[in-house]
Design a protein around this ligand. Structure first.
Ligand SMILES: Cc1cc2nc3c(=O)[nH]c(=O)nc-3n(C[C@H](O)[C@H](O)[C@H](O)COP(=O)(O)OP(=O)(O)OC[C@H]3O[C@@H](n4cnc5c(N)ncnc54)[C@H](O)[C@@H]3O)c2cc1C
Length: 332
């Protein structure tokens, strides 16, 4: 019987592992992919918008000569923390289900079962892309994960979306000689696009280097074209590749299996004790990091989500002082 099982070895899951260990808790982290699997899926050479000290966990200094660290540096940093702390982590093992009650849970994975008193869900939001729901979305030329611009040189590339990821992908492809068309559902580039990226993109659109359609949605995707619904009517444009930067969402089906309930708000926010213990409506199950924001995936990120770890582990450690529940065996 473990004290606590943490599901997900992203930056916040690792912070939880460190804080659990510092409180003398017997903790295990289970991760379905590699260490920091989501960060591995981010664009190569991607630059964080946070300065390094705001990404630190466990008090370990994140030193870099850059003002904003790159993905590769963050991967190095979080791995070093995990190794230095000798965190117990099972990698490439997907968690599938949860059985039992507070004090005596069984975590079910693809490889086996683990008993634990408490569970922390630090599963992030990066696994399920928001689909457009249009014909052709499953063609091989469509991706919701942009890695790097090089495959798209001298090709007709459509970038769909008006937020940071779309802005960065469009600029990177343009600077690597792709013929870029940006398709934005709204009337303009989003206000959430970082202040150093937005004018760059707007100026490229203004000078005609990147073609942009606003108030426009994709109607269909074919092998060599895109059908768009624009303010001027239905238009077809030539297309080789689609980068659908339409965002991601947490896996709600998975969260429901953990007994979670959700608020009746547009973000379908999980019910949990925000700002204090981060315990969910299901006693003994905690939410840490981005997953706690539901569909509002920018509510919690590394900068602010890393602090969940201390609050959760303080509460878990406090609860460990209480006597373990006695199993009731019914005689037949
Ligand atoms: C391009 C980009 C740039 C960003 N830049 C910044 C920035 O500058 N600053 C900042 O603070 N934030 C930034 N963010 C946001 C930040 O990366 C996320 O908020 C952060 O990854 C959240 O950490 P997490 O540990 O909550 O979740 P994640 O890092 O997503 O980790 C969740 C982990 O859970 C695992 N998992 C999921 N389901 C299961 C399962 N069933 N079983 C086992 N494991 C499972 C996943 O594989 C994953 O490794 C950026 C995001 C993107 C996409």
């Amino acid at each position: 019987m473990r004290d606590v099982i943490i599901i997900g070895a992203g930056p916040v899951g690792l912070a939880c592992g460190v804080e659990a260990q510092r409180r003398g808790l017997d903790a295990l982290t289970i991760e379905k992919g590699a260490l920091c699997n989501s960060l591995i899926g981010y664009p190569t050479q991607m630059e964080f918008f946070s300065t390094p000290e705001l990404l630190e966990i466990g008090g370990y200094p994140f030193s870099t000569d850059r003002y904003k660290p790159q993905r590769e540096e963050a991967l190095d940093y979080y791995r070093r923390v995990a190794v230095t702390e000798e965190l117990a982590i099972n990698l490439y093992e997907r968690v599938e289900d949860l059985k039992g009650l507070d004090g005596d849970f069984t975590v079910v994975t693809e490889d086996g079962t683990y008993r634990t008193r408490k569970v922390v869900l630090a599963t992030g939001f990066f696994d399920i892309p928001n689909r457009m729901g249009v014909p052709g979305e499953d063609l091989d030329k469509v991706t919701h994960y942009f890695k790097e611009p090089y495959p798209y040189a001298l090709q007709d590339v459509a970038v769909i979306g008006g937020a940071n990821s779309a802005a960065k992908a469009a600029l990177a492809c343009y600077r690597n000689d792709a013929d870029v068309t940006l398709i934005v559902r709204e009337a303009s580039i989003g206000d959430t696009v970082k202040y150093w990226i937005k004018p760059d993109l707007e100026n490229r659109i203004k000078e005609g280097s990147i073609r942009a359609f606003f108030n426009t949605t994709v109607q269909a995707i074919t092998e060599d074209a895109l059908v768009l619904d624009t303010p001027d009517g239905i238009t077809e444009i030539a297309n080789d590749w689609v980068l659908a930067m339409t965002g991601y969402k947490p896996n709600y089906e998975f969260l429901q299996r953990f007994g979670l309930e959700f608020q009746d708000d547009p973000a379908r926010t999980p019910i949990y004790d925000e700002g204090d213990t981060f315990e969910s409506n299901n006693p003994g199950v905690y939410l840490a990091g981005t997953v706690a924001g539901g569909l509002n995936t920018s509510r919690w990120f590394i900068e602010n989500g890393r602090f969940h770890a201390e609050q959760i582990m303080d509460h878990v450690a406090e609860r460990m002082q209480e006597p373990a529940p006695v199993s009731v065996v019914r005689e037949t």
